[in-house]
Ligand binder design. Structure first.
Ligand SMILES: C[S@@+](CC[C@H](N)C(=O)[O-])C[C@H]1O[C@@H](n2cnc3c(N)ncnc32)[C@H](O)[C@@H]1O
Length: 208
C-alpha cells in the first residue's frame, strides 16, 4: 500500500524540475512509459485550437510547460494557471517569461476546489495529471463544468499494475478511474457531448 504521508500539495511542491523535465528532457523511459502524459497534452491542445481567442484555465498547471506550449501553438488570448504548490507556480512564471508568453498568462497559488473565481468563466478548462490526486472527483468536475464556457479536458489513470507501482512509490494518495466512472462523473455536468480517448494506462475526456 501507499505510504500516503504527504498531501498532493506537499508532494508536488518539491517536484517542479522533475515534472518539467518529462517534457523538456524526456528519457527513454519517459518516451516509452509516459506516453499518456504527452497524449493528454496533445488532446488539450487540439481542443484549445478549436476555439480561437479563447481563454484557458489550466487547473493544476504544475511547471507550466503545457501552458506555454498551448499558448505558443494556438491563438488563445489568455491562460490562467492555478496550482496549490507554489514552487510549481514560480517555475511556471519564469518558464513562461523565458518562452516569451509571459504577457498572455498568469499563475496563481490556490486550491481549485475552494478558490473563489467570483463568477469568472473560461472558454476551455483543462485538468491533466490532476484527477490522479483528487479524492472528491464529483465536486471537482462539477466546479469545472460550472466555470467552463465551451469545453473541458480531463485525464484519468486506470487501476492495474502501473497504479499498484505508483501507490508503492508515491507518498501522497493516488486515485484511479474506469470508463464507467468517467461517464458517471460527466452525468453530473451540464454538457452536450462527451468524447473519451484511450491512453496508455488511462483515458482523456473532452466534454463540450
Ligand atoms: C502531475 S502534476 C501535473 C502538472 C500539469 N498539469 C502537467 O500535466 O504538466 C499535478 C499538479 O496538480 C496540482 N494540483 C493537484 N490538485 C490540485 C488542486 N486541487 N488545486 C490546485 N492544484 C492542484 C499539483 O500541485 C501538481 O502541481
Amino acid at each position: 500500500m501507499s505510504k500516503a504521508i504527504h498531501t498532493a500539495q506537499q508532494y508536488w511542491d518539491v517536484r517542479s524540475d522533475l515534472f518539467a523535465n518529462y517534457y523538456k528532457k524526456p528519457s527513454t523511459f519517459d518516451k516509452l512509459l509516459r506516453k499518456a502524459v504527452y497524449l493528454r497534452t496533445a488532446v488539450a491542445l487540439k481542443t484549445i485550437q478549436e476555439y480561437p481567442d479563447c481563454t484557458i484555465l489550466d487547473i493544476g498547471s504544475g511547471p507550466g510547460v503545457n501552458s506555454v506550449s498551448w499558448l505558443k501553438n494556438s491563438k488563445a488570448s489568455h491562460l490562467l494557471g492555478i496550482d496549490f504548490a507554489e514552487n510549481m507556480n514560480e517555475y511556471a512564471r519564469k518558464n513562461a517569461a523565458e518562452q516569451g508568453v509571459g504577457s498572455r498568462c498568469e499563475f496563481i497559488e490556490g486550491d481549485f476546489r475552494t478558490f473563489d473565481f467570483g463568477g469568472r468563466k473560461f472558454d476551455v478548462n483543462v485538468a491533466v495529471g490532476v484527477f490522479d490526486y483528487t479524492e472528491d472527483a464529483a465536486s471537482f468536475i462539477k466546479k469545472m463544468s460550472e466555470t467552463t464556457n465551451k469545453a473541458f479536458v480531463i485525464s484519468y489513470p486506470e487501476n492495474g499494475l502501473r497504479m499498484f507501482l505508483r501507490r508503492k512509490r508515491y507518498t501522497c494518495p493516488v486515485y484511479d478511474y474506469s470508463e464507467d466512472s468517467i461517464r458517471s462523473l460527466h452525468s453530473l455536468c451540464d454538457i452536450k457531448k462527451l468524447e473519451i480517448v484511450r491512453s496508455q494506462g488511462g483515458w482523456v475526456s473532452v466534454a463540450r
